[in-house]
Design a protein around this ligand. Structure first.
Ligand code: RIB
Ligand code: CA
Length: 303
């Protein structure tokens, strides 16, 4: 499977990119970057750093700095740290970004490999909305869109209503869901059932000294947030669960519904079932232990 991950790395994004590199079914043909956990230039630097560490030559195409119609963004430093990798703040600039913007790269690559490319969006959906606006054929040219985002039948993580990726660009998400490509939504409804704990990171680092050790090191900040703010003994494998949904759909129970996103007022960023809109497949349950095991076994195979 040809896969492009649209990402705001970000600690769980880094875990998902490592998983994609280790998964034998996945040909990671590019990363497109977006603001979110980080400023977009940090997302791009972190993406290039990860690909270099993983020994992958895939391009990194930089995307949106801000939500549609906005000219400012405050990264989630309290969750992912000042540079997006928790306590690790010295991250070198390795290589350069692709000449195309994220939206242009998504459109061009989908056009070149019609029907073959799965796009897994694990940050705000700004680049996806821009690609749809840039090329009306984009949605038909990709195989499908898998989105880490939303909290359809459960509370959000930004507030009771909203999940972070949708909240960071509610307008872009609503544009995407208004005329969606074939889409699978992997929201908090399932990603909070795939918690990864300190012991899991330590065991992973024993088996994968370099990459597993790096993920263990950057996760400490993230685990501390989940414990102190979320009262949880582990962190959600949010983005890795979405990447796993690209290749292991039988591990998920899905329902079909249209979706709309609240774009103003006190419930801003909420993702709501909307029967008036084209259906997407929303994950309602998951084999959480199976996802955690699959993630561990694959990433443990890395150096
Ligand atoms: O709500 C979780 C999502 O927001 C994940 O993609 C995480 O990386 C943050 O971007
Ligand atoms: Ca993310």
């Amino acid at each position: 499977m040809k896969l492009i991950i649209d990402t705001d790395p970000g600690i769980d994004d880094a875990m998902a990119i490592a998983y994609a590199a280790a998964a034998p079914e996945i040909d990671l043909i590019g990363l497109t970057t977006v603001f979110g956990n980080t400023h977009v230039h940090q997302s791009s630097r972190n993406a290039r750093f990860l690909l270099d560490k993983l020994g992958l030559a895939a391009p990194v195409a930089e995307g949106a700095s801000y939500a549609l119609g906005q000219s400012h963004h405050t990264p989630s430093e309290h969750v992912h740290g000042p540079e997006g990798f928790g306590d690790i703040t010295e991250i070198p600039e390795i290589g350069t970004n692709h000449d195309l913007s994220a939206a242009e790269f998504l459109v061009e690559t989908a056009r070149r490999h019609k029907g073959e490319v799965v796009v897994c969006a694990v940050g705000p959906l700004t680049n996806i909305a821009l690609a749809m606006q840039l090329d009306p054929e984009f949605s038909r040219n990709i195989s499908r869109l898998v989105v880490m985002g939303g909290a359809v039948y459960c509370p959000g993580n930004v507030n009771h209503h909203a999940e972070a990726n949708i909240y960071h660009d509610a307008r872009a998400a609503d544009i995407v869901f208004a005329t969606p490509p074939e889409t699978v939504l992997v929201g908090l409804d399932v990603t909070l059932k795939t918690l990864y704990e300190t012991a899991d990171f330590e065991a992973l680092a024993e088996r994968s000294r370099d990459m597993g050790g790096f993920l263990r090191d950057i996760s400490r900040f993230y685990l501390k947030f989940y414990k102190e703010v979320g009262g949880l003994e582990g962190c959600g494998l949010h983005d890795s669960t979405a990447v796993i949904a690209c290749t292991h759909e039988p591990m998920f129970d899905m329902v079909e519904t249209g979706l709309s996103v609240v774009t103003e007022g006190p419930e801003f960023g909420a993702t709501r079932p909307d029967p008036s809109r084209p259906s997407v497949r929303v994950c309602r349950n998951v084999d959480g232990a199976g996802v955690v095991h699959l993630f561990t076994e694959r990433v443990a195979s890395l150096p």
